[in-house]
Every structure is written in structure tokens, then in C-alpha cells.
Unconditional design. Sequence first.
Length: 33
Amino acid sequence: MGAGDMRTRRGKIRAGSYGNTRPHKTRKKKPKR
């Protein structure tokens, strides 16, 4: 778990990639928690 970890949300943000942990921004309907 760190800034360079592609499996975490923070790592994806740093790498500028998207996935299950960090989906593309869409219209907010149901915020998770």
C-alpha cells in the first residue's frame, strides 16, 4: 500500500489510470458511505 501501488486508489491517481478502485468520475448518484 503506497503511492506507487497500482492496486490502490492512491497509486492509480498518481499513475493517472483508472479501474475498479478508481472509476472515472461520473454523475454522483449513490456515494459509497
